[in-house]
Ligand binder design. Structure first.
Ligand code: KIV
Ligand code: ZN
Length: 529
């Protein structure tokens, strides 16, 4: 066995697999994962730079905010195709066409449900009506752009005869990509492979379109199903960074890419992703969504390349290939060489961030450096995890309208615990004092008095970034308002300051979410698929 290189292995064009990233659409539909306009652009830039073939930038009809974001991504992205999602409705397709029209390569991705359960209960339409809608929606989309993707929503629970009829109709109407999504994460690899094989064999015009996989992870099979779909003849993979997405999420881009690369000996499919950017992309998406990456997550988890047991460490020292099937460097984790402390200068800090996969602009670097210096004054040793928490906190809070400016708390056995908090709201400083049942409650009451809202606190979680009593605290908060949830994080050596920062970050995200005024769903169709 040899360790893989980061360059995609050369093989024939028929095995070139297109990577369609839907972090900005399906990923953003994860409960709590809201991205601001600027954050979406940052993620789009990253996806374009790492070699994603198609970026699904959003669902333009969903809100003014979604429309603006898709249009801005379309104007900005240099290389990748930019897709927008549209239901089988005239206004959806028109809005989507308008949003993607400035892209170098625009795509309209339109979908309708084809399974008996969806047609009967969700659409309340007969199979024949749905078939007609397929032709109409694809024809309309093709009048706007030459690149049209059609998806059979709930495809894996669709009767095979009907699936073949709809696919044939979509291709006849001009669809260039056919997606058969496992919308509810129900299929298993053998079945998914067979679906693609059968449809491609039975549909007479199937050679006129590229087939696509789109797998949800409800049974933890999204990546396995994705690979099975390729065996069945699909050549486009829909996936998201860190596997975020509806419910249990989508197939994780980094897992699919590294599985194909590491097992190129039996999986002869190649793609254009620069794998050394995977860690950076994961960190960026985690920071902007405030969704932590689980420690043992494949490829990008903190422990993915950590060897704890003595036997493993011994083997690793003798030869890394004993326990490593891919190198950390191949996914962008470099062996960190610089130990940081209060004497470290700006250049060393910049190099360190680069080693860790971060690239900040001049202003961002300056702010992060200042916070690092403050931290190094307070803390004996600054670990990589400390720097990661600090930078993620900074990325997650960039451009916020409400900021924590100052906080003083009186706590201890002699109540009442009191918080005096100054917030800057759109640049205006306002101070409030509040008491509470404990210091955190007092802080949250002060925030409530300064920023009245109806959201309720659903989750409050504190964890220490490193060990020791001087460790930084990272606080995660989830707020819910009118059924919409947002998650945010705050980090600081002071747990109470971290709590205030996290709560305020969640309120900022909630404001963004409120701006997304959703239009009426069409009869029988939910707005977010
Ligand atoms: O899961 C799904 O079916 C979707 C479609 C819109 C492709 O996200
Ligand atoms: Zn989906």
């Amino acid at each position: 066995m040899t360790i893989e290189s980061t360059a995609a292995p050369a093989s024939s064009n028929k095995d070139r697999v297109l990577i369609f990233d839907t972090t900005l659409r399906d990923g953003e539909q994860s409960p709590g994962a809201t991205m601001t306009f600027e954050e979406k652009l940052e993620v789009a830039d990253m996806l374009d730079a790492m070699g994603v073939d198609i970026i699904e930038a959003g669902f333009p009809i969903a809100s003014e905010g979604d429309f603006e974001a898709v249009s801005a991504v379309a104007r900005r992205v240099k290389r990748a195709t930019v897709a927008g999602l549209a239901r089988a409705a005239i206004k959806d397709i028109e809005r989507c066409a308008e949003a993607v029209r400035h892209a170098v390569n625009p795509r309209i991705h339109t979908f309708i449900s084809t399974s008996p359960v969806h047609m009967k209960f969700k659409l309340q339409k007969s199979a024949e009506e749905v078939l007609e809608m397929v032709t109409a929606q694809v024809t309309r989309a093709r009048n706007h752009v030459p690149d049209v993707e059609w998806s059979a929503e709930d495809g894996t629970r669709t009767e095979m005869d009907f699936l073949c009829r709809t696919v044939e109709a979509a291709i006849r109407a001009g669809a260039t990509t056919i997606n058969i999504p496992d919308t509810v994460g129900y299929t298993v690899p053998e079945e998914y492979e067979a679906i693609f094989r059968t449809v491609r064999e039975r549909v007479p015009n199937s050679d006129k379109a590229i087939f696509s996989v789109h797998c949800h992870n409800d049974l933890g099979l999204a990546v396995a199903n994705t690979i099975a779909g390729l065996r069945g003849g699909a050549r486009q993979i829909e996936c998201t960074i860190n596997g975020i997405g509806e419910r249990a999420g989508n197939a994780a881009l980094e897992e699919v890419v590294m599985a194909l690369r590491t097992r190129a000996d039996i999986l002869p499919y190649h793609n254009g992703i620069e794998s050394t950017m995977l860690t950076r992309a994961s960190k960026l998406v985690s920071a902007v969504t405030s969704f932590p990456v689980q420690y043992n997550k494949a490829i990008v988890g903190r422990n993915a390349f950590a060897h704890e047991s003595g036997i493993h460490q011994d083997g690793m020292l003798k030869n890394a290939q004993t326990y490593e099937i891919m190198t950390p460097e191949s996914v962008g984790v470099s062996k960190t060489s610089l130990v940081m402390g209060k004497h470290s200068g700006r250049n060393a800090f910049r190099t360190k961030l680069k080693e860790m996969g971060y690239e900040l602009g001049d202003n961002g670097l300056e702010d992060a450096f200042k916070r690092f210096k403050d931290l190094a004054d307070k803390k004996k040793v600054v670990y990589d995890d400390d720097i990661e928490a600090l930078v993620d906190d900074q990325i997650g809070h960039a451009g916020e309208r409400i900021k924590v400016e100052a906080l003083t708390v009186i706590a201890g056995t002699m109540g009442p615990q009191t918080a005096t908090l100054t917030l800057s709201i759109d640049g205006n400083h306002i101070t409030k004092q509040a008491t509470g049942n404990g210091p955190v409650d007092a802080i949250f009451n002060a925030i409530h008095a300064l920023v009245p809202h109806t959201a309720t606190l659903e989750l409050y979680q504190v964890h220490a970034v490193t060990q020791g009593t001087d460790a930084q605290a990272e606080v995660s908060i989830r707020l819910i308002e009118n059924g919409k949830s947002v998650t945010a994080k705050g980090a600081d050596p002071d747990t109470l300051v971290a709590s205030a920062r996290a709560y305020v970050a969640a309120l900022n995200k909630l404001m963004v979410k409120r701006l997304k005024s959703a239009p009426e769903p069409m009869a029988g169709q939910r707005l977010k698929p």
